[in-house]
Ligand binder design. Structure first.
Ligand code: ADP
Length: 245
């Protein structure tokens, strides 16, 4: 499984929600470039607009203003071309009544992609180190195994963009660490452009090529983990850098 990762460009993205207490500015002018095959972490405190930006990129939300380009094509207000997008939702949203294998092949079956489904399952079980578990049901799996099924399912249509919303959220710290190294290896091997939403600084530093720091709907700073750690401009990062040194 090898793909040509997409180049994704977000320009001046704005999303306002109408609420009972007036207009809520969830994302307020965010611009960011994602290079093919790289991992970008959207990092910031809870409620800072990370998930909203992820959903805007996926086309699951209509932007108030701003543009999204997928390999140079303006796809604003539409979703990413169907098969090109893999999404790992918070909590994974696996189908409990389907086997692991059927969870994984759900996308290709729905889209009638005409793949050799058995071969696809074997390939993905191997990639995510779940060999032999294709016949199990999600409730029979550990948290880490469920997470890997969600990643395998998201990769089943050979997407060129992989979006993950707090993919390690519900797991204990030891599992989190080994899984994020696993995920990094998978992304490297597959070549898919990847965006991860997280509120965990250590995680962002460990996994990402590029870190985008969000606060109150705006990007406070972005760069490689080294660049950001060298000259942190957000109190959110300063605390973290102080903690590890
Ligand atoms: P994060 O992922 O950084 O925790 P979110 O993007 O989920 O932040 O949410 C940012 C803010 O936008 C939150 O305060 C949330 O309540 C608000 N929000 C998200 N979706 C909606 C919606 N559909 N209607 C109103 N407010 C929303």
């Amino acid at each position: 499984l090898k793909v040509r990762g997409a180049k994704v460009v977000v320009q001046d993205m704005v999303k306002h929600f109408e609420t009972r207490r007036g207009l809520f500015k969830a994302v307020n002018g965010a611009s960011v470039d994602m290079e093919p095959g790289t991992i970008t972490a959207l990092l910031g405190p809870s409620g800072s607009g990370k998930t909203t930006l992820l959903r805007l990129i996926a086309g699951l939300e209509e932007p108030t203003a701003g543009r999204v380009f997928f390999d140079g094509e303006d796809i604003t207000g539409r979703s990413v071309p169907d098969r090109d997008l893999g999404f790992v939702f918070q909590g994974y949203a696996l189908f409990k009544h389907m086997t692991v294998a059927d969870n994984i092949t759900f996308g290709p079956r729905m889209r009638k992609m005409g793949l050799d489904l058995e071969a696809k399952v074997e390939e993905l079980l191997q990639l995510t180190e779940l060999e032999g578990l294709g016949g199990r049901y999600p409730p029979q799996l550990s948290g880490g195994q469920k997470q890997r099924v969600a990643v395998a399912r998201a990769l089943a249509c050979n997407p060129r963009l992989l979006l993950l919303d707090e993919p390690f959220g519900a797991l204990d710290p030891v599992v989190r660490k080994s899984l994020r190294h696993g995920l990094r290896d998978i992304v490297r091997r597959v070549g898919v452009t990847t965006i991860i939403v997280t509120h965990d600084q250590e995680e962002a530093w460990d996994i990402a090529d590029h870190v985008v720091i969000f606060n109150k709907g705006a990007i406070e700073q972005h760069g490689t983990p080294e660049e950001v750690a060298k000259e942190p401009m957000s109190p959110f990062v300063m605390n973290f850098v102080g903690d590890v040194s």
